[in-house]
Design a protein around this ligand. Structure first.
Ligand code: HAM
Length: 420
């Protein structure tokens, strides 16, 4: 039997309802903060991601779906959106149309990671990228936006962690201090961390090995070596979060897995999804636009994983709104009225009622059973004596009250009854 590719999954109709709820909530909140949607291609040239995210990161070195197309161009299925959004921003000179671009997206991403609960090879992110301002107000806004969305979706058990990585020059000085400290512990570090020591020393803070964690606990902290500008801006961010009553923890080991960050970084984690606890991550990436060939400019953003959020909602036992019920099920009593029956239902559908009929020549009893199963609010009994008198019976399934309506204005009456 043919199956979906390992690490990808179908979203079946019963779950699409949840996705639609998530997507409409997300879009409404982005609209209230005046973010505009952007859509970019799934495929990009590989160099876009290796330059933006960093050659030594896990994403670029191990996880990208990369292939040569027929014209021998190296193509990658996007593993994240920030690089694509910055590319589109530069390609279409968006900064000449507006000095500040507040953009959002809801889109599929691809990473060849080992699948587990909350981790897929095709997954979906919603996120925002703000291009054009260095204001720490936007660092705070991005965190507030992400937090507001997660709360509006019904999540309770979430924690915001924030950190500042400073500007490149102060980070460079700090990295030397960190290396100096780690040199005396090199033999005790895991093999993975020893490799990171050479290539991306900051990422040793992400190690899951207990011994590494202990060693990193006593390591010098980047937050204590910040430049004055980053320090001051980080204070502004914290002040705004406090006045907005967003609870947060300072986490000096929050270094993120992508190389483009500077200054503020953050993650929102759930205590309800096991090891894949990060629902959302982001921060400022002021050097990225220049790195991709643009005139120096500023950027800040976040992205959140939809599958992980759905898992957290499920584990928190949050009930999502369910719009799957029907307004009306029309039961056919006499098979010879098939044509009239169909026209009756169609007229109501044209009035935007959610109407279902029987296509399987079922008995009246089986049709009633189906109406119950589909949670129809009303059932119309079409045919029989009432039809002979140009009438139809309408039953309210909640109250069991029945009324007999003249056929010629049944649609208006039903609209009134269903709407009330
Ligand atoms: P990221 O931390 O790599 O950041 O991913 C953001 C979120 O995507 C994660 O917190 C997680 O919820 C979800 N995610 C990542 N990988 C998977 C996976 N394999 N399966 C399911 N969910 C996953 C970024 O992607 C940055 N572009 C965020 C950003 C935007 N920074 C600035 N602007």
């Amino acid at each position: 039997m043919l199956k979906a590719i390992y690490g990808t999954k179908d979203v079946l109709p019963k779950d699409v309802e949840k996705w639609n709820f998530l997507e409409s909530t997300i879009k409404n909140i982005f609209a209230s903060f005046n973010y505009k949607e952007i859509r970019t291609p799934l495929l990009e040239e590989t160099g876009l991601f290796s330059r933006s995210i960093g050659e030594e990161t896990d994403i670029v070195s191990k996880e990208m779906y990369t292939f040569q197309d027929r014209s021998e161009t190296s193509i990658t299925l996007r593993p994240e959106m920030t690089a694509s959004v910055v590319r589109a921003f530069l390609e279409h000179s968006l900064s000449s149309q507006s000095s500040l671009n507040k953009l959002f997206y809801i889109a599929a991403m691809f990473r060849q990671e080992r699948p587990q609960a909350g981790r897929f090879r095709q997954f979906h992110q919603f996120g925002a990228e703000v291009l054009g301002s260095s204001s720490p107000l936007l660092d705070a806004e991005i965190i507030i936006l992400a937090y507001t969305i997660l709360k509006s979706l019904g999540l309770v058990d979430i924690t915001v962690k924030i950190n500042s990585l400073g500007i490149t020059s102060s980070r460079k000085v700090y990295l030397e201090i960190l290396k100096e400290y780690l040199e005396s512990h090199l033999n005790e570090l895991s093999e993975e961390s020893r490799k990171r020591f050479e290539k991306n020393v900051l990422r040793i803070f992400d190690s899951k090995f207990e011994n590494d964690i202990q060693i990193m606990k006593d390591a010098p902290k980047l937050i204590d070596h910040l430049d004055d500008e980053s320090k001051q801006e980080f204070q502004v961010v914290q002040n705004i979060l406090r006045s907005e009553q967003i609870p947060f923890l300072l986490d000096s080991s929050l270094v993120r897995g992508l190389d483009y960050y500077s200054k503020t970084t953050f993650e929102i984690v759930s205590d309800k999804v096991g090891s894949q606890s990060a629902l959302c991550g982001g921060g400022r990436y002021d050097g990225l636009i220049e790195l991709l060939g643009g005139t120096p400019n500023y950027g800040v953003g976040f992205a959140a994983g939809i599958e992980r959020i759905l898992l957290a909602l499920q584990n928190e036992k949050t009930k999502l709104p369910d719009n799957s019920s029907l307004d009306l099920y029309v039961v056919l009593l006499n098979k010879e009225l098939l044509n009239e029956y169909y026209l009756f239902a169609t007229a109501l559908r044209k009035n935007h009622l959610k109407v279902e009929i029987d296509y399987l020549s079922r008995s009246v009893k089986a049709q009633m059973r189906e109406a119950n199963k589909l949670r129809a609010k009303f059932v119309a009994l079409f045919g029989g004596e009432e039809y002979a008198e140009n009438k139809v019976v309408l039953k309210n399934m909640g109250t069991s009250v029945q009324q007999v309506l003249p056929l010629e204005n049944a649609d208006k009456e039903i609209l009134l009854s269903v709407g009330s």
